[in-house]
Design a protein around this ligand. Structure first.
Ligand code: AMP
Ligand code: MG
Length: 354
């Protein structure tokens, strides 16, 4: 089934049979330098042929993305990995063995064939093998590694459904493959393996605990907990504002009861100022608040479930036209580390510790 939105072709894909049409067409579009948005297990990606510098440029234009923010290269097998990177240290090999296909991006020394536009001028490249039948089938059919950042306008919450991609990018890209909702809901974990011990640059679908269990010590980059990235960051993407709905986001963090009473106080204050307040909270806190818009995104006992609904909930506040969103924090362990990282950045530093 095909739908045309502002010139962008949107195809429904049968996830159980990704090889049939429209995949061949999407692969041909990639090969001829076009842009295709596709589902992965983390979020939707916006793909282009990673070896085609002009095609890669188009990604930056479509997203409005700063050119020094590198893209992740997606591969469908280990052979493609060797085409992209110069060397694979033993720890990288081990992690790929354990977590690929899956939500883990390995930063490794790049081959000269990878254009500078892909890596934002760095001599390293982030690579991963996605765990999604449509993503893998597309890479295989295209026969080339696919460079793909998240398929959102720069600064917006990452897309976890094809509708989010349509919202942000219809009219700016060639094809959107609609494979339904993504599962993990936050982006891949990014790990720098060009240094030892390896450095966690971005928490994501594979947890820090899982990584250390596999390879021992992992250093957590200070930007993960919200530090400023500074002038020459290892992970340039971390310096940009991200994940934000139109409203101002304020993150409140601390023990549950203290968070709840702080959020109630703040909601009252903002309403007095004439603002329309939204609250984003756990299922357990849902009944505690009386703001005009209260959206819960899952139980605190299931951080993976919360990660899965995080971005769609942030986007939903736009439809309610709120001007301020007060968000409850979660414990920064397991998937909570990735959730808190995204919430901190959505709040762009507006964090109230109670
Ligand atoms: P996105 O796919 O939109 O989530 O963006 C990819 C992110 O991966 C970037 O913002 C960086 O944080 C990270 N990344 C990609 N390649 C590299 C690299 N070579 N070195 C460090 N970080 C990278
Ligand atoms: Mg992104």
């Amino acid at each position: 089934m095909e739908n045309l939105v502002n010139g962008t072709r949107v195809f429904a894909v049968d996830v159980a049979q990704p090889e049939v049409a429209p995949l061949a067409e999407a692969a041909a579009t990639i090969r001829s330098g076009g842009l295709v948005a596709f589902p992965t297990e983390t979020v939707y990606g916006l793909g282009a042929d990673a070896a085609n510098a002009a095609a890669v440029e188009r990604i930056f234009v479509a997203k409005g993305r700063p050119s020094d923010n590198p893209l992740i290269v997606h591969v469908s097998d280990r052979g493609m990995l060797s085409d992209v990177v110069r060397e694979i240290p033993p720890k990288a090999d081990r992690l790929a063995e354990r977590f690929w296909p899956g939500p883990l991006t390995l930063v490794l020394p790049k081959r000269p064939t990878v254009p500078d536009s892909v890596t934002g001028g760095l001599d390293t490249v982030g690579v991963r093998m996605p765990h999604h039948p449509v993503a893998l089938a597309l890479i295989r059919a295209a026969g080339v590694p696919i460079a793909a950042p998240s398929a959102n306008r720069s600064g917006r919450p990452s897309p976890t459904a094809a509708d989010h991609v349509v919202e942000d990018l219809a009219g700016r890209i060639d094809i959107i493959l609609d494979g339904g909702e993504t599962g993990v809901g936050v982006e891949s974990t990014v790990l720098d393996l060009t240094v030892d011990p390896p450095v966690l640059l971005r928490p994501g679908g594979v947890t820090l605990e899982q990584l250390t269990k596999e390879i021992g010590e992992v250093v957590v980059d200070r930007t993960v907990h919200g530090a400023e990235a500074g002038e020459s960051p290892r992970s340039p993407g971390m310096k940009y504002k991200h994940y934000a709905p139109q409203a101002q986001v304020i993150l409140v963090d601390g023990p549950v009861l203290d968070m709840q009473s702080k959020i109630k106080d703040l909601a009252y204050e903002y309403e007095e100022e004439g603002q329309k307040v939204g609250i984003m909270c756990s299922a357990e806190s849902r009944g505690v608040y009386q703001a005009p818009v209260v959206l819960e995104y899952g139980s605190r006992d299931d951080l993976s479930g919360m990660a899965s609904d995080l971005f769609s909930t942030l986007r939903a506040f736009d439809r309610h036209g709120v001007s301020v969103v007060l968000v409850e924090g979660v414990p920064a362990t397991g998937m909570g580390l990735a959730i808190m990282n995204r919430l901190r950045r959505a709040a762009a530093g507006r964090v109230v510790q109670v």
